[in-house]
Design a protein around this ligand. Sequence first.
Ligand code: FES
Length: 103
Amino acid sequence: MNAGLPRPQFFRVAESARRPVSFVLDGKPATALEGDTVLTAILSCAGHVRRNEFSGQPRAGFCMMGACQDCWVQTADGEKLRACSTFIRAGMQLLTDAPGESQ
Ligand code: FES
């Protein structure tokens, strides 16, 4: 289902019966569940949401509630969104290794 993507950071242990939502992560097909945030959707398929703009180190968010600004992620069309406070939508194309900049 999320073949070809790196080892995920999150593993689901409950609520697996929600409807699947298809999106694209780093050019590969991926699946989340309806009601997931973008952060949950990405980290259920991959190990990070972005790279630090200075060090290049992987980042996976911190506060999970919209306060720290550590989870900004870029879409394939250049839009930037805060992953922990944005719901995943079908067809979203998200990039975890896009060139970053501070928000
Ligand atoms: S994880 Fe802190 S703002 Fe998103």
